[in-house]
Design a protein around this ligand. Structure first.
Ligand code: FES
Length: 433
């Protein structure tokens, strides 16, 4: 390891305007500090409300180093309970998901309800009179917030509001949610692609520079067979990403959020997409319902955009094409990625089936898109460990950045604005006191 890391923990020095030190991807101590200073301090995506719609529904999730039970209590409130028994610390819930009105610890049988209250103690007579069960509820995540069904959590009691944290990115959430005529999504907890790769968590997603190399063979096949309405996947990447005149933009927002904005490239295809939808009864109904809900102009652009915001919310959420993606860091060189296909409420079954088939074609375990990404992340991690020249370059397009109306910093789709935005937030959080 280089002296820069060994001699001090000056994380500000590791992220410069146009380059970062590769230790931030490989160093074990930096990874541990990321858990404390980023994942245990800022807002994290927890789950979508539709994953636990009913009283007692639960799902196990991971927030930083904390195992969490996400559940819905009797009042219909989402609860994020730390999955650690107040007796001697065992995880009380081991099932990945399900429905339960009680969580009973496997070790000695202490039992908690869906609000986390301790409602049963094995052999209570052995405890002193001053033992008060109400003092031993499961601990809770400090703060919960949500935007249009997306539930976020912060393990820190104090800090900026979720509203401020998301800022101008909320309009990009709207692109995904409003592709449903009822403005509702359904994320099914059991329908997930799970990928584990031997690379760092900060590698995942939001790179507009790589598709013409990593994915070109797939895009050539898709361009011959994808319809305009099935998915955005096949339609986006054949435009020359290196032309200054490219309609697609890369955007960086405050707090490390970033987006590959394909809206202007897709907008002219709205008419053709509607024509194709009109070939089937369910497609025609979808168009009619979208127009009724949003008006002709907005409905046409929402249909053209395919519900794909291509948005990354730092540090662990991405909304890409037809899915919600959750990034779970395991170690500096191991990352788990969960991809949940998103279904639209208020549409015919064929509409959602087509979205799911399109998702599988690129991101499924037998597809060619995600495996290519995982492979390149692993090759990158192996290269980063050879740190004789430790700085990696993120300066592409830095002299042609512009500030757009939505306050994002924007540039050509292949510019490394997204990486720079993420790294500057990394630096802010890692150096904050
Ligand atoms: Fe849970 Fe003992 S550790 S009941």
């Amino acid at each position: 390891m280089t002296t820069l890391i060994a001699s001090s923990r000056d994380y500000g020095a590791l992220v410069q305007e146009d380059r970062v030190h590769s230790a931030i991807f490989t160093d074990e101590q930096i990874f541990q500090d990321e858990m404390e200073r980023i994942f245990h301090r800022t807002w994290l995506f927890a789950l979508h409300e539709s994953e636990i719609p009913n009283f007692g529904d639960f799902k196990r999730i991971q927030l930083g180093r904390y195992p969490i039970i996400a559940t819905r209590n009797e009042k219909g409130e989402v609860q994020l309970l730390i999955n650690r028994c107040r007796h001697r610390g065992a995880q009380v819930c081991e099932a990945a998901r399900g429905n339960a009105k009680r969580f009973q610890c496997w070790y000695h049988g202490w039992t908690y309800d869906t609000t986390g209250d301790l409602v049963g103690v094995t052999g209570p007579e052995a405890y002193d009179e001053d033992f008060k069960p109400e003092q031993y509820s499961l601990a809770k995540v400090a703060r919960i917030g949500s935007y249009r069904g997306f539930v976020f959590a912060s393990l820190a009691e104090h800090g900026m509001s979720l509203d401020e944290y998301l800022g101008p990115t909320k309009q990009y959430f709207d692109i995904m949610v409003d592709s449903s005529p009822t403005g509702e999504l359904e994320v099914k907890p059991g329908v997930v692609n799970k990928t584990m790769y031997r690379g760092n968590w900060k590698q995942v997603g939001m790179d507009g520079y790589h598709p013409h190399y990593v994915h070109m063979s797939v895009f050539k096949i898709f361009s011959k067979r994808e319809s305009t309405t099935g998915s955005a996947v096949g339609a986006i990447h054949l435009e020359d990403p290196f032309a200054d005149a490219s309609k697609s933009r890369t955007r960086g927002f405050p707090h490390g959020h970033a987006c590959l904005d394909f809206r202007e490239q897709r907008r002219p295809h709205g008419v053709a997409a509607i024509e194709e939808l009109n070939h089937t009864d369910e497609g025609r109904k979808y168009v009619e319902d979208m127009v009724a809900a949003y008006g002709q102009e907005r409905a046409q652009e929402l249909i053209a955009w395919h519900g794909d915001p291509h948005l990354g919310i730092f540090p662990n959420l991405q909304l890409i094409h037809d899915h919600v993606r959750v990034v779970i860091p395991i170690s500096p060189g191991e990352t788990e990625v969960l991809m949940y296909p998103v279904f639209l409420k208020g549409v015919g079954q064929s509409i959602n089936e087509k979205r799911l088939r399109a998702h599988e074609a690129f991101y499924g375990p037998a597809a060619a898109g995600s495996p290519d990404d995982a492979e390149i992340f692993e090759r990158t991690q192996r290269g980063l460990l050879a740190d004789a020249e430790p700085w990696i370059l993120l300066g592409r397009g830095i002299r042609r950045e512009q500030v757009d109306e939505d306050s994002s910093v924007a540039g050509c789709i292949s510019d490394e604005i997204t990486q720079r935005a993420q790294m500057q937030e990394w630096k802010r959080l890692m150096t904050a006191r």
